[in-house]
Write a protein that binds this ligand. Structure first.
Ligand code: FAD
Ligand code: SIN
Length: 530
């Protein structure tokens, strides 16, 4: 059967904040298609709680937001990128408000601003404690209403189409689109375009415990790497200090804004408030510091969790500020207005990724990348809270503007081969995929977590080499499934994380190793070249 092929002006892989922002900024001039692996709102965007950082308060300054970002990032940030994003933040918030995002209003200021770790001012606009859901809904509504945007859920991109897939053409390295598995028909389809934007989100599911949704398997990073893009700082995996500890609900985040509004971290039993023992900023120190302190106390005392306590604030205040968390936890038998919340650190954000410039351009012509799948220079060695949605809006718009300005230089896609399934069969051993999924996530958690050693990293690297052979063999022989696509990407990304971690001979930001506990004077990105 001939494979199905689609051609558009611009192809966007990913329907979260980054992908939809790019789509909305392109659609007045171009025919845009947006692919999503599952439902349109399955990405991390819809799960974001705390909010979006921007300088909006009297007395706050760009300089202060820039400094806070650089301090959290342990100096590894690219100052130009930080300045660019911070200075564009207020306009990005204004555009979201115009799209209908119902940000909470302030008493005296236009919007209520909350506070999060590492920020020296109140500067987080939010929609209660479910900001991401409101943002995702507003973006989706606008995209659905636009006649030039085609939204395609249940379409899992497998690989980028490059010069080597041409029938006659060989434009080395140029990207012309993707092959993608239609999960409704189980057929592979071809999507071509003059420009392709990866907006595929992070790789949190490389770890056993993560606040990220099921689809955060680093697909875009793995696809870009396989096609020939450099990636950077993949060792900088952010662990959020406060994920709910519950045997049934495994990845429910307790927003940092709880600490921003006075929540305290305490040891179960004694009730001792331990963060002041670790850092003068206590619960509002940057995330890497708080997560390491919790990890330290859990390991030292053999605990399952620590407590996050906001019950000293008036019940009405707590319910008004955190209505979703309150309702969710009441359903689990925890009344946060009267008792503490059991919490543990969990993987939360992928700071590293595909290297991009200020226009979202990757190393390959025709290919852009935006949002959490990128390393733009904004986050450095540790992302400052609520800077990531912001990055999606600013870079989504920047990539769209660059495509618009350079449209005439982007060639039409050449004829491309269809997907070849002539030498594969249906798998009779699905168990291998499930087993390897679990195994990767387990050893990444145990060996490549919050505190690292060279020996543990080497152990993980050894396991990855063995698994990679098995997965490649499986991929070469059997028809692709969504799980297999993700497993192949997980192993690729796990490899990038471990190789990057082995290269960094210091402790900086999120990368903390007992073998090199000090920070070097010179801050250098870890850059891997395919
Ligand atoms: P996502 O929103 O993750 O979207 C990824 C998209 O790519 C999805 O549509 C997915 O289907 C698609 N995709 C992936 N792979 C494929 C494939 N192979 N084929 C087709 N489509 C694919 N940041 C903040 O700034 N403030 C917050 O308050 C905040 N809270 C957070 C709370 C939680 C629980 C989590 C997990 C993250 C939070 N973050 C927060 C981080 C922030 O939500 C993310 O960094 C951001 O939403 C990423 O947006 P994105 O558009 O890059 O990717
Ligand atoms: C949170 O609400 O704690 C998450 C904020 C973020 O990840 O930026």
């Amino acid at each position: 059967m001939a494979s199905v092929a689609h051609t558009h002006d611009v192809l966007i892989v990913g329907s979260g904040a980054a992908g939809l922002t790019a789509a909305l900024n392109l659609a007045d001039r171009f025919r845009v298609v947006v692919l999503a692996k599952g439902k349109l709102s399955d990405g991390s965007t819809a799960w974001a709680q705390g909010g979006i950082a921007a300088v909006l308060e009297e007395g706050d300054t760009f300089e202060s937001h820039i400094e806070d970002t650089m301090i959290a990032g342990a100096g590894l940030n690219n100052r130009k990128t930080v300045e660019y994003v911070v200075e564009n933040a207020p306009a990005a918030i204004e555009r979201l408000a115009q799209l209908g995002v119902p940000f909470n209003e302030g008493d005296t200021e236009r919007w209520h601003l909350t506070r999060e770790g590492g920020h020296s001012h109140r500067r987080i606009v939010h929609v209660d404690d479910a900001t991401g859901w409101a943002v995702q809904q507003a973006l989706e509504k606008a995209a659905e209403a636009h006649p030039n945007i085609t939204l395609v859920p249940d379409m899992a991109a497998i690989d980028l189409v490059t010069g080597r897939h041409g029938r006659r053409y060989s434009g080395e390295g140029h990207v012309w689109g993707v092959y993608a598995l239609n999960r409704r028909t189980d057929r592979v389809e071809l999507f071509t375009a003059r420009a392709t934007i990866l907006a595929t989100g992070g790789a949190g599911r490389t770890y056993l415990y993560s606040t990220a949704p099921r689809g955060a398997t680093g697909d875009g990073i793995a696809m870009a790497w396989r096609a020939g893009c450099r990636v950077s700082n993949m060792e900088m995996m952010q662990f959020h200090p406060t994920c709910l500890y519950n045997l049934e609900v495994k990845n429910f985040l307790i927003t940092e804004a709880v600490r921003g509004e006075g929540g305290q971290l305490k040891l179960p039993g004694s009730g001792h408030r331990f963060m002041p023992d670790f850092d003068p900023r206590a619960e509002l120190a940057p995330r890497d510091v708080v997560a390491r302190a919790i990890d330290h106390e859990i390991k030292r005392l053999g605990l399952d969790y620590v407590h996050l306590d906001i019950s000293h604030r008036p019940p009405e205040f707590v319910k008004e500020h955190f209505p979703n968390i309150y309702t969710k936890l009441i359903g689990l038998g925890i009344d946060i207005t009267r008792e503490p919340i059991p919490v543990v650190p969990a993987q939360h954000y992928t700071c590293g990724g595909i290297i991009v410039d200020l226009k979202g351009r990757t190393d390959l012509p025709g290919l852009y990348a935006v949002g959490e799948c990128t390393q733009s220079g904004l986050h450095g060695a540790n992302r400052l809270a609520s800077n990531s949605l912001l990055e999606c809006f600013v870079f989504g718009e920047a990539a769209a503007a660059h495509i618009g300005r350079h449209w005439d230089e982007l060639p039409e896609p050449p004829p491309i081969r269809g997907w070849d399934e002539s030498r594969v069969t249906d798998s009779d051993e699905e168990v291998i995929v499930q087993h390897n999924w679990r195994e990767i996530r387990r050893f990444m958690w145990d060996y490549v977590g919050i505190v690292r050693t060279t020996k543990r990293l080497e152990r993980a690297h050894h396991r990855i080499r063995l698994l990679r052979r098995e997965v490649e063999d499986y991929y070469g022989n059997f028809r692709v499934t969504a799980d297999l696509i993700e497993l192949r990407n997980l192993i690729e990304v796990a490899d990038l994380i471990v190789r990057s971690a082995l290269r960094r001979k210091e402790s900086r930001g999120l990368h903390y190793t007992l073998d090199y506990p000090n920070m070097l004077l010179d801050a250098q990105d870890t850059v891997l070249t395919p």
